[in-house]
Design a protein. Structure first.
Length: 686
């Protein structure tokens, strides 16, 4: 009974947050997987960028509203332009950062904290229990972080790629390995030939040859600044035992700082009091004004004081708390999709009536991702560049109804792909220009899949009338290599068999685990397979290289898993990859896409759509696959949120009263019986 009454204390009985937070300028969100790395030298996953991108600031970032994605300065004064030297043997990027940028308050900048005793460290609960200081961001901090990519104990996932381009990076890695010294290595004492500090606010990076995509890496956390003082502080004996490391406690110049880190329960970001502030963008896409995304144009960000992330391992409590108003936004799991969203015949989506009644709004965006189903071009049946093989691949590409696949298995959350390049990336076309004429026709103002009769005709011309080899009379049997994910895959695999049955082709599914599947891809022994690719950076090169001949997977270690080769495609790729965006580059991309459609090494699958629900009190929400530092753009109305929470979480007390009444009624007979027994006269002795 005491617990029941205690639960009723306060305005909202089931509020999971303390009374002190009510009405505060806080954003409430959730995370599923605990972050493994918050040190920018190692952090590479979306789950980790939820935190790192709010704290760290690389020199560049992406415009929040514009599409296609546009690279703009963050701490840099401008986007650096490459300068070729020695006839193109080397490329130099000179980055000048803005003066006056300061780090968050942090104990690393207080000299006395660099010599703590073991007993002093043992008493600390967080690093912020120590005296705090700050200093100005300088170019040397960026140089220091690039050197950290070569540190043998840090294992940066991009070291291998950067070692191919950054002059002197492999040599620095070898030198650091030979040191074989425990404890802190002061990287200021070790030169890196290709990275140098020009002056207090300028540094220079020299690359081998040409690599125009390097500028996109300058917008990723790997190239954020790290102050040497932070490394030195956390390398004191006893710090790691307390999880006092850069992997646990990031230090940066961004709009927020991580004040609480309990990855099994909750993570808390707080506004960085030393943050210089940035103006909210004043321009974007044509529809952004109508969507209310420009109302805060020119106002200083960030708008929110704290961001509280609670860990939710299960989708049901996550969804229920969102409906109760305790999370400000939420994704949509497959089991909740029909409850949350209504999809129109034309593919458009809107919140369900129940969501609209609560004022919940829906944001959708096509992800910078492509899922494709490839043919192994080395295979004697589906591969090769003969006319017979092309017609076979064309027939299958028409018959496999990706529109139906999206409807059945993804609740319509995606668009059919017509090329490797997703919408929002330079090179992608729109409308009729985007359509693949091999598989679709333009009718009634939209693309429609070609008739199955056309696919059957192509199959016959390929030498397989009604799915039978015209020469041998044997049925055509193809093999689909995929990974085994459990019993839930049966419906999906049955669907694939039916697609091939439409052409009277027998499809045999070969399920394996991920490692065995990867081995098949490496050896080129697969026949038909499925894979996906998400953009590392918003450039068409990051997708078209999946069909670049020299990167064939079976011939090396590239990402061209179909082992597709085309002399014309490869020559155009070499020209395109080093060009800046221009009409000429667009023409080259158009021709490359045309070649890929003609040769059909892929069944162009789909580009998934991201669906996000948000409450009406959360503003400035626009999905952005490239810009991870999005928290500063969001605005919340705490008073409005509090009103709706009270409205949606009014306690229903009559069941409790009814329970007490039933309990009281059940007690009455017991009390009467007890009193009757007490009043009975004692039985006389025998």
């Amino acid at each position: 009974m005491l617990m029941l009454f205690a639960a009723g204390c306060g305005e909202v009985w089931n509020d999971p947050y303390p009374r002190s937070e009510r009405g505060a300028n806080i954003l409430y969100s959730a995370f599923v997987n605990r972050p493994k790395h918050l040190d920018p030298v190692q952090s590479y996953t979306v789950d980790e960028s939820l935190f790192t991108r709010q704290v760290y600031e690389p020199p560049l970032h992406y415009h929040y509203l514009k599409r296609p994605y546009e690279l703009i300065p963050l701490t840099a004064a401008e986007v650096p332009k490459p300068k070729e030297i020695d006839g193109g043997k080397f490329t130099v990027y000179e980055i000048r950062i803005r003066p006056g940028i300061r780090y968050q308050p942090h104990p690393a900048f207080v000299e006395g904290n660099q010599a703590l005793s073991a007993s002093e460290i043992k008493k600390l609960k967080t690093p912020y229990d120590l005296p705090l200081g700050t200093r100005e961001l300088v170019a040397a901090d960026y140089v220091y972080q690039i050197k950290r990519l070569a540190h043998p104990r840090l294992h940066s996932p991009i070291y291998g790629l950067m070692a191919e381009y950054v002059v002197g990076l492999p040599e620095l890695a070898d030198k650091l390995k030979k040191l074989n010294r425990p404890g802190w290595i002061d990287l200021r004492e070790h030169a890196l030939a290709g990275v140098e500090e020009v002056d207090r606010y300028t540094y220079r990076v020299t690359l081998k040859g040409r690599y125009p995509q390097f500028v996109y890496w300058l917008a990723m956390p790997f190239f954020s600044p790290i102050p040497w003082e932070a490394e030195k502080l956390f390398h004191q004996p006893g710090m790691e035992l307390k999880n006092f490391t850069l992997d646990w406690w990031p230090v940066g110049t961004g709009p927020y700082m991580l004040r609480e880190n309990d990855p099994n329960a909750r993570m808390v970001l707080e506004r960085n009091p030393n943050y210089r502030g940035m103006p909210y963008p004043a321009e974007g896409e044509l529809s952004d004004g109508e969507a209310g995304l420009l109302k805060d144009a020119g106002k200083t960000m960030p708008f929110i004081d704290r961001v509280i992330f609670s860990r939710e391992k299960e989708s049901v409590p996550y969804w229920n708390k969102f409906l109760q108003g305790y999370y400000d936004s939420a994704g949509i799991s497959p089991e909740n999709f029909d409850h949350a969203v209504r999809v129109a015949v034309d593919g458009g989506a809107e919140p369900s009536p129940e969501m609209l009644e609560r004022g919940i709004e829906l944001s959708t965006a096509v992800a910078a991702t492509v899922f494709y189903f490839g043919f192994n071009m080395k295979d004697p049946v589906v591969g090769g560049n003969t006319e017979r093989a092309r017609k076979l691949r064309h027939a299958i590409s028409i018959a496999v109804d990706m529109e139906e696949y999206l409807s059945i298995f993804l609740n319509g959350r995606g668009i059919v792909a017509h090329s490797p390049v997703p919408p929002g990336i330079f090179g992608a076309r729109e409308g009729r220009e985007a359509m693949n004429p091999i598989t679709h026709v333009w009718r009634d103002g939209r693309e429609q899949r070609r008739a199955l009769l056309e696919a059957k005709k192509l199959l016959a011309e390929a030498g397989y009338p009604e799915g039978t080899d015209a020469k041998t009379g044997a049925p055509l049997v193809l093999y689909f290599d995929t990974t085994s994910r459990g019993p839930g895959d049966k419906a999906r695999l049955d669907w694939w068999r039916k697609q091939f049955e439409k052409l009277s082709i027998q499809l045999e599914v070969r399920e394996t685990d991920w490692n065995r599947f990867q081995e098949k891809i490496r050896k080129g022994t697969q026949q038909v397979y499925g894979l996906g690719w998400h953009a590392d950076y918003p450039d068409p090169e990051n997708f078209l290289f999946l069909l670049h001949g020299p990167q064939a997977r079976a011939d090396g270690a590239g990402s061209n898993s179909s082992n597709y080769t085309s002399a014309e495609f490869d020559a155009l790729f070499e020209r395109m990859k080093s060009m800046s965006n221009s009409p000429e580059r667009q023409q080259i991309i158009d021709r490359m896409v045309e070649i890929a459609r003609r040769d059909a090494p892929w069944i162009f699958g789909f580009h998934p759509k991201d669906y996000t629900l948000r409450h009406q009190w959360l503003a400035n929400v626009k999905p952005n696959d490239m810009a991870g530092n999005t928290m500063q753009y969001l605005r919340v109305d705490p008073q409005r949120r509090a009103e709706f929470r009270r409205q949606w979480n009014r306690p229903v007390v009559w069941p409790v009263l009814l329970l007490f009444l039933a309990l009281a009624i059940s007690i009455v007979p017991a009390v009467r019986t007890y009193r009757k027994r007490e009043r009975m006269a004692a039985r006389p002795a025998a």
